[in-house]
Design a protein around this ligand. Structure first.
Ligand SMILES: *Cc1c(COP(=O)(O)O)cnc(C)c1O
Length: 429
């Protein structure tokens, strides 16, 4: 496989972009080598600068649930672009998107659109602190909620991949307000409440964790968490930036019987363009300016292109209801990968929720929290990553990411992936 153009681009990028990337998860620090530069993508495939074709399991880290460049989404965008790119005023499609989200997610009585999941997390915290007049928050080791200061503590894949537990540049005084619990352990949350009674504004959680690799909640984890939060006068913030509209048409928390006080959205609801949203009860959301005292703003918040792409994507998902098929595709890939690891005699624990999954390489123990995830063999994962790439399969360059399957990944593509895994792993045994 020829990578000459990518290498030339990398040599230029490394001079001008810190670490040659605009987001650290794109770097190949954990797997070694110079990252490929991508030119274009279509359906389940991406093509690099040298025109090599790969089956893509990054899917833009989640938004591309319909595959890349879905014709209806592209047509909607082209149509919208002709109408102007932004007006600094509210549009009909923003109302339509908020209504559609509200029809699918019960707790979303009000929706504020922002431009990233990071902003959604930042705003959700500010709202929770204003609503409760408390300042501490509880998050989970391995969960990522964007890169705002308060949330950049033990924050999952990016840091886990690079071995950075907590970010530089976050004042210790601020980090001290963020307490870290163990995912899937209500007891660990209980202990934190006991040490800070009456001071906790919110528990923030990924209802299905996907930023330490995929780690689903054990049964009762979420309901018990919600009960505990409410007993203690704290809000439950569900970060569904990945999971909303990925696992069902709506919120996976609600599908599991939990109604969050605030929910963070992003990724799929922007159809591939920058987006985020915080939504929740009218009581809490109406604290936002201009109705209330909690300030939040954005020049391009709810911009017509992101909104139109997201709206079209959600409409397609609603019309086609692909979730059973996505789950079947996930199960098919899980089975294929399981066989491939078994026939190579390499231990792996495969966690899956619908169309997102992670093979934790080199461990056969259950992966229910970040410590479990960290027990995987990241060196062997790195070799797996490169062996797959050589066979035309694009994985995220980290053990601690999800593989994302889209509706464009047909059985043939999935079976080809499994066959590639079998041959890749045979060489690593
Ligand atoms: C991607 C992600 C975010 C951050 O969204 P950005 O748009 O990258 O800022 C927040 N939470 C979760 C769970 C995510 O996966």
């Amino acid at each position: 496989m020829n990578h000459r153009k990518s290498r030339d681009l990398f040599n230029r990028a490394v001079v001008k972009l810190p670490g040659a990337v605009n987001s650290p998860v794109r770097a190949w620090s954990a797997v070694g080598g110079a990252p490929l530069f991508i030119n274009r993508a279509s359906g389940p495939f991406i093509f690099d600068a040298d025109d090599n074709r790969f089956i893509d399991y990054v899917c833009s880290y989640g938004p591309a649930i319909l595959g890349h460049a879905h014709p209806r989404v592209v047509a909607a965008l082209a149509d919208q672009a002709k109408l102007g790119l932004g007006f600094g005023a509210t549009t009909a499609i923003e109302v339509e998107l908020a209504e559609l989200i509200g029809s699918a997610i019960e707790c979303a009585e009000r929706v504020r659109l922002v431009s990233s999941g990071t902003e959604a997390g930042m705003t959700a915290l500010r709202l929770a602190r204003a609503a409760t007049r408390k300042s501490k928050i509880i998050k989970f080791d391995g969960c990522y909620h964007g890169h705002s200061d308060s949330l950049l503590v033990k924050a999952g894949s990016g840091g886990m991949t690079l071995g950075i537990a907590d970010s530089g540049g976050v004042p210790a005084e601020l980090a001290a307000l963020t307490m870290v619990a163990r995912y899937n352990s209500v007891e660990s949350v209980d202990r934190l409440f006991a040490s800070a009674r009456g001071e906790v504004a919110a528990i923030i959680v990924e209802p299905v964790a996907a930023n330490m690799g995929v780690v689903p909640p054990l049964s009762n984890f979420l309901p018990e968490l919600a009960d505990l939060a409410h007993r203690e006068g704290a809000l439950l913030i569900a970060d569904e930036v990945i999971t909303a509209f990925r696992l069902n048409f709506g919120s996976i928390s609600e599908a599991m019987g939990v109604r969050p006080d605030l929910i963070m959205l992003g990724k799929i609801i922007g159809g591939g363009l920058p987006v985020g949203a915080v939504a929740g009860s009218a009581r809490v959301m109406d604290l936002l300016a201009p109705r209330g005292p909690v300030y939040q703003a954005g020049t391009l918040s709810g911009n017509p292109l992101s909104v139109r792409a997201g709206l079209e994507t959600l409409k397609i998902l609603k019309e086609t209801n692909p979730y059973a098929r996505l789950d079947a595709s996930g199960a098919r890939l899980e089975t294929g990968l399981r066989k491939a690891f078994a026939s190579a005699g390499i231990a792996a624990r495969i966690n899956r929720a619908g169309s997102i999954l992670t093979p934790f390489v080199g461990t056969s123990a259950a992966c229910n929290d970040a410590d479990d995830a960290r027990r995987s063999d990241t060196k062997r994962f790195a070799r797996f990553f490169h062996a797959m790439l050589e066979r035309g399969i694009n994985l995220a360059p980290s053990q601690f990411e999800a593989m994302f399957i889209s509706t464009a990944h047909g059985d043939d593509v999935i079976d080809q992936t499994s066959a590639s895994a079998e041959s890749a792993l045979a060489g690593l045994a």
